[in-house]
Design a protein around this ligand. Structure first.
Ligand code: DX5
Ligand code: ZN
Length: 214
């Protein structure tokens, strides 16, 4: 199980320090939530903030766009060379075109589903992406309650991936903690995003170790 701490819950007054600490604690990816105040009712980090984050760590970035006008945002953030860029399919009419745009920059493309968006919409997309991010809260804020129906969605997506893209990575984001991590692992998740559980824990290393369920 890989763990991607979401820096949305980090201390923004000491962001570089927190990113260094969580990297040394064993983070596999640094999850960066980019919100535009339109797709979701919150605004977070522009490219200058993420440049500072990138300079503070060697751990690859995992950028989660919660934005309208996705191609515009890809152009604004692509120089950061993240490992993944993920975008919400609820927002995009030309999903395949955007996937190709991300890949053409040498970045691994991923699509995101809100809790109410069904897995069947991925039938003709899943073979073209490296990862699917399933939201287990409605996006916009850290510290929300986990929505358990994501467990069935993970199983359904794993079955679809078996047929169409066996190497697909499944990432889960929202309300992840040490109680639901074993259930998410059993359901077939590969990567867990966690914000408040890690950054509110007194010991980041211990928090990450718990989420890995080893
Ligand atoms: C929510 C974000 C999440 C958020 C998770 O819109 O996509 O990445 O930071 O925070 P927790 O783990 O506190 O739910
Ligand atoms: Zn996120």
């Amino acid at each position: 199980m890989k763990i991607a701490p979401s820096i949305l819950s980090a201390d923004f007054g000491n962001l570089a320090d927190d990113v260094k600490k969580v990297s040394e604690a064993g983070a596999d990816l640094i999850h960066c939530d980019v919100m535009d105040g339109h797709f979701v009712p919150n605004m977070t980090m522009g490219p200058m903030i993420l440049e500072a984050v990138k300079n503070a760590t060697d751990v690859p970035l995992d950028i989660h766009f919660m934005v309208e006008n996705i191609p515009f945002f890809i152009d604004m953030y692509k120089h950061l060379k993240p490992e993944f860029i993920s975008f919400h399919i609820e927002e995009e009419k030309h999903i395949n075109r955007v996937i190709q745009k991300i890949r053409s920059e040498g970045i691994r493309p991923a699509v995101v589903l809100n809790p109410a968006t069904p897995v069947c919409l991925l039938e003709y997309i899943v073979a073209d992406v490296d990862m699917v991010l399933l939201m287990s809260v409605n996006p916009g804020f850290g510290g929300q309650k986990f929505i358990p129906s994501v467990l069935d969605k993970i199983k359904e997506l794993r079955e679809l991936a078996q047929r169409k893209n066996p190497k697909l990575l499944i990432e889960v984001d929202g309300g992840v903690n040490d109680k639901n991590a074993p259930l998410l692992k059993e359901a077939g998740a590969d990567i867990l995003v966690a914000g408040s559980f890690i950054f509110k824990h007194p010991d980041y290393k211990e928090a990450i170790r718990k989420l890995k369920c080893e």
